[in-house]
Write a protein that binds this ligand. Structure first.
Ligand code: ASP
Ligand code: ASP
Length: 368
């Protein structure tokens, strides 16, 4: 059969600093409103979740326990938790799962939500991230959930507004709520509901989590690699050179590289498949046929190399590329469960964000 060589190409390198992320907004004084943030940067609100690096084992346990409590709480009681509190979702990139589950999580806690997305707001007119954040705060937002194409954007928003910020994915940097929901899925499936309430440094000891595919562009891979080894897991990155540079293993302890997919599968208790992020390839060419042959998880490969491993995928899935439908919908897959756990984790993160008091110095600089 004649070999067709498909290539992936994007027309333009994607700018890593999208407009607004590094704001050149004049720092000239205008703070007339009592709540306006003056010239200083506010300290990051301790209710924020910006990165897996900030999560301690104890902190993760609190989030897991809260997620379980909220999940089992009566609907009416739960709705009073954040009754009428104001949560803004600020999305500069498309999203289905993350946005919907944050929104549903907020609503099921009784909060009011406002969605601001890039295509239907002044963001389109070039309003900076900082100005948008300050506007939302002036309108009463008490917490902002941010997805942004620039790595680091949530830090800027946190400092500009002093509000608790939940990072829903920033560029190729992090997606910490995804790592937490992946963790909850692993704990539930491998150890049961009771064990999914808390963790220790040894909870995942002896387990190998293989993360496979486009590691380089994956904020999901990064957040998981920074979180799971804290609980004793070994993370094995697997993928071709252009999508998995050698230095990726330097991200932290407990992370190593195995280029051969079959060998990675043989060691894996959990295999997390990733989509090739075409929108971030910035001109990088990839032989897709070759990639699919080497790294696709299909039923035969899974049965031969990892018949007991749990299969995860953060979505969106490109069926027939990194994973076949048979595997994605098969008995080893927990992909739908991941979405379900996302709701509980995001309820916990929102409750934590809105119930954690600001540091005293931050309170002085903002109205609260
Ligand atoms: N990017 C995926 C989606 O759009 C999941 C996410 O939102 O994180 O569904
Ligand atoms: N949903 C994940 C994210 O937003 C992964 C992906 O988009 O492929 O990072």
């Amino acid at each position: 059969m004649k070999k067709k060589s498909a290539s992936l190409r994007t027309a333009q390198p994607r700018p890593q600093r999208a407009r607004g992320a590094s704001s050149k907004t004049t720092r000239a004084s205008v703070p007339t409103a009592p709540h306006a943030l003056p010239l200083h940067k506010a300290p990051i609100h301790p209710g924020s979740i910006l990165s897996s690096t900030q999560l301690t084992v104890e902190g993760v346990s609190k989030i897991l326990a809260l997620a379980s409590d909220l999940e089992s709480e009566a609907v009416r009681t739960r709705e009073l938790r954040l009754h009428k509190r104001r949560v803004s979702l600020l999305f500069y990139e498309s999203s289905t799962r993350t946005r919907t589950s944050f929104e549903l999580a907020a609503k099921s806690l009784g909060a009011d939500t406002v969605l601001v997305s890039a295509l239907s707001s002044s963001i389109e007119k070039g309003e900076s991230l900082k100005d948008t954040g300050i506007t939302l705060r002036s309108l009463g937002a008490e917490c902002i959930i941010l997805r942004h194409p620039s790595s680091g954007a949530p830090y800027l928003l946190a400092q500009a507004t002093g509000l608790p910020i939940l990072n829903a994915g920033d560029g190729i940097h992090e997606h910490p709520s995804q790592a937490l929901l992946d963790l909850r899925t692993i704990l539930y499936r491998c150890f049961g509901a009771k064990q999914a309430r808390s963790v220790t440094e040894k909870s995942l000891r002896g387990m190998t989590i293989a993360i496979v595919g486009d590691i380089f562009h994956s904020r999901v891979a990064r957040s998981n690699a920074l979180l799971l080894p804290k609980l004793g897991a070994r993370v094995l990155f697997c993928g071709p050179q252009p999508l998995l540079p050698e230095h990726a293993a330097d991200i932290g302890p407990g992370v190593s590289i195995e280029r051969d997919f079959d060998r990675a599968l043989q060691q894996a208790d959990v295999v997390m498949m990733l989509r090739v992020q075409q929108e971030r390839l910035s001109g990088l060419q990839l032989d897709l046929e070759n990639y699919t042959r080497r790294y696709q998880l299909d039923a035969a490969r899974l049965a031969a190399q990892a018949p007991r491993a749990l299969v995860l995928h953060p979505g969106p899935i490109i069926r027939g590329m990194e994973i076949t439908s048979e595997v994605a919908d098969g008995p080893q897959s927990a992909i739908e469960e991941q979405v379900h756990h996302g709701l509980a984790i995001r309820m916990a993160l929102l409750t934590r964000a809105l119930e954690t008091p600001a540091t005293p110095s931050a309170r002085k600089k903002t109205r609260r």
